[in-house]
Design a protein around this ligand. Sequence first.
Ligand code: 13P
Length: 249
Amino acid sequence: MRRYLIAGNWKMNKTIKEACELVNKLVAELKDIKEIDIAIFPPFTALSETYKIIKETNISLGAQNMWYEPKGAYTGETSPAFIVDVGCKYVIVGHSERRKYFQEKDELINRKVKSAIEWNLIPIVCVGETLEQREKGETNKVIEYEINELDGIDFSKIVLAYEPIWAIGTGKTATPETAEETHKFIRDLIQKKYSPEIASNLCILYGGSAKPDNIEALIRKPDIDGALVGGASLEANSFIEMIKKARSV
Ligand code: 13P
């Protein structure tokens, strides 16, 4: 049985103090929620302090990125070993902002996903099309390509996030119907490539201007298992409202 997951990707926001303030509010309001999974992805600098607050709670911690080697001469990078050490359960891999601003390609993403699994982290692997690709009718082709590039990966150990790039940070959410179409396409593809069991157990999140107003309609769709939330996760009230709404669906 799949469980809903609501995950807050804070991106490059919040000092340690701000992060702790937000997490304290989340813990106070969300501590009794057992029906759905909750995760937050603060910036690296705030992982250690936020973990101290959520350690014994129902809120899990994740990192926004990682390198694939456990240690060595990789100036500025963060090892999966460090991410595990600081208390993370999840790691986001292949976010479109990493693909765009840091030139991350599918081959690198594949290595990172494999390494995360080796370290018993749950990678949340992002896929999604640009506006141009959508307008040309290439959405399914792009998604299929990105999923095929995740070659040799055990799909029972990952979470997928469908994040249409045109919906990220733009306020333009995919309608629940549009999102569901792609989520269903992904699940059918996984069923064909792997097995009905892997497909039906795979958690597929939607990301792209998910907010309190649209979360319920999105996750009521049969193939949408939660959300990877950017902007609306930076403010305690909106993230709390999303989780409470998701719990009641
Ligand atoms: P927004 O919710 O701000 O559109 O960001 C989505 C996202 O990129 C989550 O990873």
